[in-house]
Design a protein around this ligand. Structure first.
Ligand code: PHE
Length: 353
């Protein structure tokens, strides 16, 4: 037995340098210590030995087991280290290599215009209010003094979903909703940006979906002077400190008087150029004093309260401000257009620093 064990030890020592990975090591262990392994083979011979020899044989087998396990452990550690070294070698990263360029998103020109207008009005104490894009006939038209036979209700202009529901054609229903939910509380000072929808054929200046920004102030003794002062602040913020505005009579069902607001051309300063079609003036928004019928329909006594409202197309403002010639640019996610535009913005902010 002793000889057999010595031979087995020698065999192990001879073979161990040939083992190069953990899998081989495990198989190796099974070969020697496994149920049907070489050690078991020897152990099965104990039965055949004389009683006096059995004890020593048992100790020898145990001794082999310890011998094997020691070698196994050191080899296992060595192979694990080899595996780790290989992994580190394979997965080595050169942190000094130049990185791949990450393209940073830019703020959409429409968002920039909306943010600028919102910021201005928030600084003057206005709240930003939003309303539903799927609107009822009641709020989109009726409460805004749009009689049933008003042309703006024509199926050609509006996307109706049912006879009572439609995609809002303007942000003015948010005025009515706000007044309705405040009922007699003043002052109301709100600005409402949002998408609106009209059955227009898309071209350079028309889109079936566009963005309006609505303003509303309701309080006691609000006059056209307040409206004019507010719009002057707005126009100077958007187009420069030297801008003047001009109010022209117009018609909206929900305002009386109604006004069309022009700004002195920021390209030629008012002398006349192609942008202002040689008139010196550019039309930018619609406005007026809230019609008494609207105040009444929304729970405000027109004898006591008055208000002004204005509404503008965010796309039109952005087109004028940044010299964009086609409204469709806003909706097609052309990265060349958007990146170019962002550069203009950055130059702008750098200059003002
Ligand atoms: N809602 C009007 C439009 O879509 C604009 C407007 C708003 C006019 C508020 C006056 C007052 O044309």
């Amino acid at each position: 037995m002793k000889e057999n064990i010595e031979n087995l030890k020698a065999e192990v020592q001879l073979e161990i340098p040939n083992i190069t990975n953990l899998k081989q090591l495990m198989d190796f262990k099974v070969t020697y210590l496994g149920k049907k392994g070489k050690l078991s083979e020897l152990a099965s011979e104990i039965g055949r030995l004389a009683n006096s020899e059995k004890k020593e044989a048992g100790m020898l087998l145990n001794d082999f087991k310890n011998f094997f396990n020691d070698i196994f452990e050191t080899t296992q550690k060595r192979l694990e280290q080899v595996a780790l070294d290989k992994k580190l070698e394979d997965e080595w990263i050169d942190v000094t290599l130049p990185s791949t360029k990450i393209s940073v998103g830019t703020i959409h020109p429409l968002t920039l215009v909306i943010d600028e207008i919102e910021e201005l009005f928030i600084s003057m104490g206005y709240d930003v209010v939003e309303g539903p894009e799927i609107e009822s006939d009641l709020y989109n038209f009726e409460k805004l003094n749009l009689a049933k036979d008003h042309p703006a209700r024509d199926m050609q202009d509006s996307f109706y979903i049912t006879t009572e529901m439609l995609l809002r054609t303007q942000t003015s229903p948010v005025q009515a909703r706000t007044m309705d939910s405040n009922k007699d509380k003043t002052p109301i000072r709100i600005i409402c940006p949002g998408k609106v929808y009209r059955k227009d054929d898309d071209d350079m200046t028309h889109s079936h979906q566009f963005t309006q920004i609505e303003g509303l102030v309701v309080d006691e003794n609000i006059s056209v002077a307040h409206l004019k002062g507010t719009l002057e602040v707005l126009v100077r913020k958007l187009f420069g400190d030297d801008r003047e505005i001009r109010l022209r009579p117009s018609f909206f069902p929900f305002t009386e008087p109604s006004l069309e607001v022009d700004v002195t051309c920021f390209k030629c300063g008012g002398n006349g150029c192609p942008l202002c079609k040689q008139t010196g003036w550019i039309e930018i928004l619609g406005a007026g004093m809230v019609h008494p019928n609207v105040l009444r329909a929304c729970g405000y006594d027109p004898e006591k309260y008055s208000g002004f409202a204005f509404g503008m197309g965010a796309e039109r403002i952005a087109m004028l401000k940044y010299g964009i010639n086609d409204i469709r640019h806003f909706y097609v996610n052309n990265m060349n257009f958007l990146d170019n535009f962002d550069r203009l913005e950055k130059e702008d902010t750098n200059e003002s620093k």
